[in-house]
Design a protein. Structure first.
Length: 268
């Protein structure tokens, strides 16, 4: 009997260790090496360094159209760094938008180690940095979160005044994603929260949700579920293509969808 109990306890410990290992490898994939800059696509940019509330120095790029233009605070996904997003920055530029894209702690030239709570602080600090500038229209800040960045965008939108939020290819919560990655893992063992589904109804500003039915990473159903939990005003834009390529595969559908959304709320 004692031997069976020991086996059960050992099995539980191994299961928890496995879940923690998979969880840690599934959430953050930072890269330190910046592979390119906006200049590679002919965009002038300001290489920005700013402090977080817990005294880390983060790096970001500010690519400006003009001082009267709306500014997109771009919160990227879990892999790589800001240099992986240059083509999407160019897309926002083509729409006449300023773009401020940041690297979270532990990514690119930003100090620290990525954690869920830490990146919530990073997003807030990036917003506060924009608000302290004199060349940014403070009434026209749009938060854009892609994939994992959508969770940080949603959290930010519950804590600061923004003009609109766009969440692209994002999910409801870490537990819902864990059910996809580790179907046998009990939800209560998942340490990471990323609880967008519990926060989205608190956001009253206009919301655009973008998702592809072809998304092989974040199920379309989770994007749809997040949209349904949101309060009005809201729009759902269905695109096609893979998780990382949907914006380019869908081309004008993606670009025009954002353009029409912003025009509809008088931001363009």
């Amino acid at each position: 009997m004692l031997k069976i109990l020991i086996y059960i306890i050992a099995g539980i410990i191994l299961l928890i260790a496995y879940i923690r290992f998979v969880e840690s490898r599934s959430v953050f994939y930072p890269s330190r090496l910046l592979e390119t800059t906006p200049e590679s696509l002919g965009m002038k940019f300001e290489d920005v360094f700013f402090k977080t509330s817990d005294k880390l120095t983060l790096n970001g790029w500010l690519v400006k159209s003009n001082e009267k233009a709306p500014t997109v605070l771009y919160l990227h996904g879990n892999a790589g760094n800001i240099s992986y997003r240059v083509k999407k920055i160019a897309l926002f530029q083509e729409l006449g938008l300023n773009v401020f894209i940041i690297d979270y702690r532990g990514y690119g030239n930003s100090e620290g180690v990525p954690t869920e709570e830490g990146i919530y602080l990073d997003a807030l600090s990036a917003y506060d940095y924009l608000m302290a500038r004199t060349d940014i229209d403070k009434n026209k800040i749009i938060v854009y979160g892609a994939s994992l960045g959508g969770a940080f965008a949603v959290d930010l939108a519950t804590k600061r005044n923004i003009a609109a939020i766009i969440v692209d290819s994002t999910f409801t919560s870490a537990r819902d994603m864990a059910r996809k990655i580790m179907p046998v893992a009990p939800g209560f063992l998942i340490k990471t929260k990323l609880d967008s589904i519990g926060k989205i109804s608190k956001i009253k500003v206009p919301k655009l949700f973008i998702h592809s039915r072809d998304d092989e990473v974040v199920p379309f159903a989770l994007g749809e579920k997040l949209y349904k939990a949101a309060s009005e005003p809201k729009i759902f834009l269905e695109i096609h293509g893979g998780h990382d390529e949907g914006y380019s595969t869908s081309g004008d559908v993606f670009k025009n969808g954002i353009n029409n959304f912003l025009k509809g709320i008088n931001l363009l």
